[in-house]
Design a protein around this ligand. Structure first.
Ligand SMILES: Cc1cc2nc3c(=O)[nH]c(=O)nc-3n(C[C@H](O)[C@H](O)[C@H](O)COP(=O)(O)OP(=O)(O)OC[C@H]3O[C@@H](n4cnc5c(N)ncnc54)[C@H](O)[C@@H]3O)c2cc1C
Length: 505
C-alpha cells in the first residue's frame, strides 16, 4: 500500500439503494471485487429505508419493480409495501455477499479529481479518506427531502416533519394535522392517517390526476407457481413491462391520446367525491401525465370523510399554531407534515464533486443538468451517475433504467481494462452536447413539456432534465456499450526514463 497515501480501490460506489446495490452486484459479476459502497446512513435500502410513512408502497407493480437478476416469487401484494421492499434489498445484500464491501455511516462530503494521478480523492464526514479510479454515484434522485422555506415555521409549537423522515415517536391519534402537498407520498399518507386523526387539512397547490390502483394480495397459489416454475414470474414481469412500453408512446409522442385516460381518472374521483365544489377543487386543469400520474383507490374516499378539508392553495405562512394558506384560509393544527418532495434537479451531491477544471458539478450544471447517456458529465472523468440526468420514467420501473446503466458501467470498466495502464475516460463536450440536443428535441413533443403543468420534472429554467423521452428498451440499447468516440482517453503522464529512480542512462 506504500504507493498510496490513502486506501485505494478500483471503484467507489456512493449510496446503497437499488442503484448502489445493483452496481455492487454487477461489479462482482464482472469479476471486480476491489470496490467499496459508501453509505451515509446506518443501513442499506435508500428510498425504502428512508420512506417509512404510513401507507408507503411502490406504485409500479412489485414483479417489475425489482431486479431482473433477483426475482422474488414471494411478493405479498401486487404493489408491495415499504417494509417488504426494504427486506428485499437486505436480502439482495446478503444473497450476493455485498456486506464486506459496504461501509455504513460514511457520508461522502467531497470528491476531488486528481488530474495527475487520475483518481478520485473521496472524503467522508467520519474522517475517512480514500482514493478510487472510478466513482459510481448512486445517491438517488429522490433522496434529499425538500422542505419549503415557510415564513413563521420556527414559531410553530407542534411537531413538523417531512414524509421521508417520518417521526415514529409522534402519535397522530386525535391530532389536528396539516398535510402539505398532494404528490405521490401525500396521496398514500392521507388515506393511511385519516381514520386516526381528529382533523386533516390538506394543502393542495395543484390537484393530481389519480387513477385507480389494482392492488391486491398475491395468492399462495400464485406464489407457489412463481417459486416452482420461475418462468411464470418472468412472464408476469414481461407482461407488466410490455404494457408500459406501449403506453409510454402516448406520453412521448401522442399526448392527445391521453384524454381517454383522463375519463377513467375522472370516474375514479366521481365514485367517491359527491360534492360538486370539492370535485371542482380536485379536478386538474392540465393534461394527464404532465405530472406523475398517481395511483390510489383510497385517496378520494378519504378526502370525502367529514374530518378532512381540502384547501386548494399552498401553505404561505405559519403564525404560532395557525397555518395560513395563500388564499388566506387559517387553520389551527398540532402537526405539520411536509409531502413536498425532494431536491431532484439540484442534487446536493453536485456541490460535493470537484472535477478536472477545479469546479463543482453544481457549477457545471448551473444552466441545467446534462450528461452523456445519463452517466458522464463534461469535466468529470471516470465519474458516473446511476439515474443521472434524463433517465427518470413517468410510467415504468426505475429498476429497468438502473440495470441499463449497469450495462454501461460494466462496459466502461472493460474499456478501461482494454486500454490498460492508468487511464481515464473524459466525456467529450461535443458528444454530451449532441446527446442532450437529441433528448431535448424529442422532449418537445412529450406530455411533460406540452401538458400545461409545472412539475418537478422541470428545472429552475423550465427545462426537463429528469425524464427519459422514450421507451426503456431504447435507453437499454443506447447504454449497451460505451462508444469510445464519445470520450477522450486521458493517460497519466509517464515519467521519462531518466526520471525513473534507478534508471540507467
Ligand atoms: C416514496 C417513494 C416511492 C417510490 N416508488 C417508486 C416506484 O414505485 N417505482 C419506481 O420506479 N420508482 C419509485 N421511486 C423512485 C425511487 O427513488 C427509485 O425507484 C429508486 O429507489 C432509486 O434508487 P437509488 O439507489 O438511485 O436512490 P436511493 O434509493 O435514494 O438511494 C440513494 C442512497 O444514497 C445515499 N446517499 C446520498 N447521498 C450520500 C452521500 N453524500 N454519501 C453517502 N451516501 C449518500 C442515501 O442515503 C441513499 O441510501 C419512489 C421514490 C420514493 C421516494
Amino acid at each position: 500500500m506504500a504507493e498510496f497515501e490513502h486506501e485505494h480501490v478500483r471503484v467507489a460506489v456512493i449510496g446503497s439503494g437499488f442503484g448502489g446495490l445493483g452496481a455492487a452486484v454487477r461489479l462482482r459479476r464482472e469479476g471486480v471485487t476491489d470496490f467499496v459502497v459508501l453509505e451515509r446512513a446506518d443501513a442499506v435500502g435508500g428510498t425504502w429505508r428512508d420512506n417509512s410513512y404510513p401507507g408507503c408502497a411502490c406504485d409500479v407493480p412489485s414483479h417489475l419493480y425489482s431486479f431482473s437478476f433477483a426475482p422474488n416469487p414471494e411478493w405479498p401484494r401486487t404493489f408491495s409495501g415499504q417494509e417488504h421492499i426494504r427486506a428485499y434489498l437486505e436480502h439482495v445484500t446478503d444473497t450476493f455477499g455485498l456486506r464486506p464491501h459496504i461501509r455504513l455511516n460514511h457520508e461522502v462530503t467531497m470528491m476531488t479529481w486528481d488530474a495527475e494521478k487520475l483518481w478520485w480523492k473521496i472524503e467522508a464526514a467520519n474522517g475517512t479518506t480514500l482514493v478510487a479510479d472510478v466513482v459510481v454515484s448512486a445517491t438517488g434522485p429522490l433522496s434529499d427531502p425538500k422542505t419549503p422555506d415557510v415564513p413563521g415555521l420556527d414559531t410553530f409549537p407542534g411537531r413538523v416533519f417531512h414524509s421521508a423522515r417520518w417521526d415514529h415517536d409522534y402519535d397522530l391519534t386525535g391530532k389536528r394535522v396539516a398535510m402539505i402537498g398532494t404528490g405521490a407520498s401525500a396521496i398514500q399518507i392521507v388515506p393511511a392517517i385519516q381514520p386516526q386523526v381528529d382533523k386533516l387539512t390538506l394543502f393542495q397547490r395543484t390537484p393530481p390526476w389519480v387513477m385507480p390502483r389494482a392492488d391486491r394480495a398475491i395468492s399462495g397459489a400464485e406464489r407457489w407457481l412463481h417459486r416452482t416454475v420461475p418462468a411464470t414470474g418472468k412472464a408476469r414481469r414481461g407482461l407488466l413491462w410490455g404494457i408500459r412500453e406501449l403506453q409510454v408512446q402516448a406520453f412521448t409522442k401522442r399526448p392527445d391520446e391521453l384524454g381517454f385516460i383522463e375519463t377513467i381518472a375522472k370516474a375514479n374521483m366521481a365514485k367517491s367525491i359527491k360534492d360538486p365544489a370539492l370535485r371542482a377543487r380536485l379536478t386538474p386543469d392540465y393534461r394527464i401525465g404532465c405530472k406523475r400520474i398517481l395511483l390510489s383507490s383510497t385517496y378520494y374516499p378519504a378526502l370525502a370523510q367529514p374530518n378532512v378539508d381540502v384547501v386548494a392553495s399552498g401553505l404561505s405562512e405559519v403564525r404560532g399554531s395557525t397555518v395560513v394558506a395563500a388564499d388566506g384560509t387559517e387553520t389551527e393544527v398540532d402537526a405539520i407534515i411536509f409531502g413536498t418532495g425532494f431536491h431532484v434537479t439540484d442534487m446536493p451531491i453536485a456541490d460535493r464533486v470537484v472535477g478536472a477544471d477545479g469546479i463543482t458539478l453544481a457549477e457545471t450544471w448551473k444552466g441545467g443538468m446534462e450528461s452523456l447517456r445519463g452517466a458522464s458529465a463534461v469535466g468529470f472523468p471516470n465519474w458516473m451517475t446511476i439515474i443521472g440526468p434524463n433517465t427518470g420514467l413517468g410510467n415504468s420501473s426505475m429498476i429497468l433504467m438502473i440495470e441499463a446503466q449497469l450495462n454501461y458501467l460494466a462496459d466502461y470498466l472493460r474499456q478501461l481494462d482494454t486500454l490498460g495502464g492508468r487511464v481515464a475516460l473524459a466525456a467529450r463536450p461535443s458528444a454530451v452536447g449532441a446527446w442532450n440536443r437529441r433528448v431535448q428535441e424529442r422532449m418537445k413533443r412529450t406530455v411533460w413539456n406540452t401538458g400545461g403543468c409545472d412539475s418537478w420534472y422541470l428545472d429552475a429554467n423550465g427545462r426537463n432534465t429528469t425524464v427519459w423521452p422514450g421507451t426503456t428498451s431504447e435507453f437499454r440499447r443506447a447504454t449497451r456499450e460505451v462508444n469510445l468516440a464519445e470520450y477522450d482517453v486521458v493517460r497519466a503522464e509517464v515519467p521519462a526514463p531518466a526520471e525513473v529512480e534507478g534508471a540507467v542512462a
